[in-house]
Design a protein around this ligand. Structure first.
Ligand SMILES: Cc1cc2nc3c(=O)[nH]c(=O)nc-3n(C[C@H](O)[C@H](O)[C@H](O)COP(=O)(O)O)c2cc1C
Length: 201
């Protein structure tokens, strides 16, 4: 199934074709594929090259480790994420290594690393679904995440399955078209809220 974005102008096919499915096959993700997505995350840009991102990885070929990770998701996410091939948790270092000062760009930079990961996954035939619906406290406790790191999200990685494998209402949701705000609502010029209206050359 494709859920290609309906864009106002043509964009890169990887960006247009990324979406967040819930129907996964449950097949094992080869270590090499997992390494590639983490390597892509590693090469994201970051403020002062701090690289504040960290990832905790659990794969479904290790049942106990996967169940431990799945248990950190909220119930509605567990319902579909149990068929993912891998579950990742994200964390960001809240202070700069260089001077110990708060890094207010840490979450920004983590997001950049995650998008690298997500797009690399897609380029390699895997899909990613990010989740805020986790028990961040449980992640911190189970994986001994240090105080200086914020535990933020989970990412399910897997191979796309038929939406028919999902229970309702997830099945219907899976097939809905993807929507976004129009460009005019997000790109401003002169004053915040004033739509950027470039003249075509
Ligand atoms: C930070 C973040 C948290 C999200 N949390 C959840 C979640 O807990 N459960 C879920 O099913 N989807 C979650 N999503 C997926 C979004 O709902 C989805 O990205 C959005 O609706 C746009 O759809 P698309 O990714 O298919 O374009 C999350 C996405 C992001 C980026």
């Amino acid at each position: 199934m494709s859920k290609e974005a309906q864009t106002s102008v043509p964009i890169h096919e990887l960006v247009a074709n990324r979406w967040s499915p819930r129907a996964f096959t449950g097949e094992t993700m080869p270590v090499a594929s997992l390494k590639r997505v983490l390597e892509a995350a590693r090469w994201a840009p970051s403020c002062f090259n701090e690289q504040p991102w960290r990832f905790i990885v659990a794969t479904n070929d290790d049942e106990a480790a996967f169940a431990r990770a799945l248990g950190c998701l909220n119930e509605s996410n567990q319902r579909w994420a149990k068929k993912a091939s891998a579950l990742l948790f994200t964390a960001a270092k809240k202070t700069f290594a260089r001077d110990g000062k708060p890094n207010r760009y840490a979450l920004h930079d983590l997001g950049l690393a995650v998008e690298n990961l997500v797009l690399q996954a897609l380029a390699d035939g895997w899909h990613a679904h990010q989740m805020a619906g986790i028990d961040a406290g449980a992640v911190r406790e189970r994986y001994a995440v240090p105080e200086d790191f914020e535990t933020l999200t989970a990412i399910a990685l897997g191979k796309l399955a038929d939406p028919a494998t999902l229970p309702e209402p997830l099945r219907e949701r899976e097939q809905k078209p993807r929507e976004r705000l129009p460009l005019s609502d997000i790109a401003f010029a002169g004053r915040f809220g004033d739509t950027w209206t470039p003249r075509d050359p």
